[in-house]
Ligand binder design. Sequence first.
Ligand SMILES: [Zn+2]
Length: 415
Amino acid sequence: MKTLVTDISSLVTVSGTGNQYKTGEQMNEIGEIKDGAFLFSDKIEWVGTAHRAAQMIERQEMWPDKIIHLKGKTVLPGFVDSHTHFVFAGDRTDEFARRLRGASYQEIAEAGGGIKATVKATRNASEDELYENALMLALSAMRYGTCTMEIKSGYGLSFESEMKQLRVIKRLRETLPVEIKTTFIGAHDFPPEFENNRDAYVDLICNKMLPYVAENNLADYCDAFVDEGYYTVEQGRRIFETALGLGLKIRMHADELADVNAAALAAEVGALSADHLLFVSDTNIDKLREAGTVACLLPGTAYFIRMPYAPARNIIDKGAIVALASDCNPGSSFTENMQVVLSLAAINMNMTAEEAITAATLNAAYSLELADKVGSIEVGKSANFIILDVASYAGLFYHFGVNHIDEVRINGRKI
Ligand SMILES: [Zn+2]
C-alpha cells in the first residue's frame, strides 16, 4: 500500500542530504518544500513537489493506492524525544503548589517531598502500576507528535526497583509502535540508605547493577547525574568506565546546577549526549564539539524550576551538535509535550524556529543512534511524520500552547 500525500502547504523534510546531524548555520536549512508531496509505505519512497507528483502520475511513473491532499497544512518529521523519565509513581502536585507559594526545595525535601518522595512511591509501586503510569505519558507524548523516545530508570535507586523500572520500559517497547531506547540511570540520586556512604552505592552500581543490566540486555545506555551535591566527576568516571567495559554507551546529566566540569567528562568518555548544560563553560562547549557529543538542551526544566536557560546560542554558534528534549519527570519538568519544548527553546533560548525543529528531529535522532532511520523525511527512512493544522511551520511557534497535531504516523501507520 503506497500513499501519496500532496498539496502540502509546508513540507519540512529536515533533509540531511546524507548527513546524520546539522550544526551551526546548517541548522536553519530545514529543506522546506512549499506545495510539497511525498509517497510512503512503511518507509518514505519519494519526496518532491505536488506539481511533479501530478506529472509523474499522469506519465504513469507513480501509482499511489491512495492520495491525501493537505492544503493549508504543515508536515514535519515526527519529534524525537531523547530524554524522558516516564517510569515513576506518586503524585507531587501538592508539593508543586507549595513551591509556587514560596517553599524552598530544602523545605520541601525536609517535609518528605522532592525526588525522595518519588523514589519511595516507585519502590512501593507494582510493575503493572508503573507500566500503566508510563503508558499514559508515552501515549500522551505521541498525541503531541513524539514518534521516537528514550526512557530512563532512576527512581528506584536499589537493585530490585531499578530493574523493575527497566522491565517496565521493556514492556513499553514491546507494546507501543514507537521506537524506544532505554537508559539505566541508577546514579540519578543517592538512596537514603547510602546517604552517609555514597561510594558504597557507586560500588553497588558498578559491581551488581551494571553487570546485570548488560547481561540481561535491559538497557542501551548508561547515564549518571554528575553535578553539585550529586555524583562527582570521579564517581561518574568510575560508573561510565564500567558501563563502557560492559558494552553500554553513555548519556549524561551534566552541569545542570553548577559548572562541575561534567561536560568535560562527557567528552572524555565519548558520551553520545551531555544533557542540561545550564552552566556549561565555553571551554567545555569546545570539548563537546570536538568529541561529537550532542548537547541536549531541556528548556522545560529551566522553565519549571525557574533557572537560567542553557546558553543555546553560544553552543550553536560554537558549532556543537544541539538537540532538544522534554526531560519529562515529576520534579523538574512535568511535560511530555514537545511542542511546548520547541516554543520554550525559541522564545527563551533565542533559537530560530528552524534550529528548534532540527534539534528536536534529526539531531535528537543522531543522539539516539537512529539518524539513519528517523529524524527527517527522506527516501528510505521510516514513514514517521506529523501533520499540523497550520499553513507554515512557523505557525507552530506563533500560536503557542495548543496542540497543533492533526495526525501522527509511525512507520506509515496512523496512531
Ligand atoms: Zn533528566
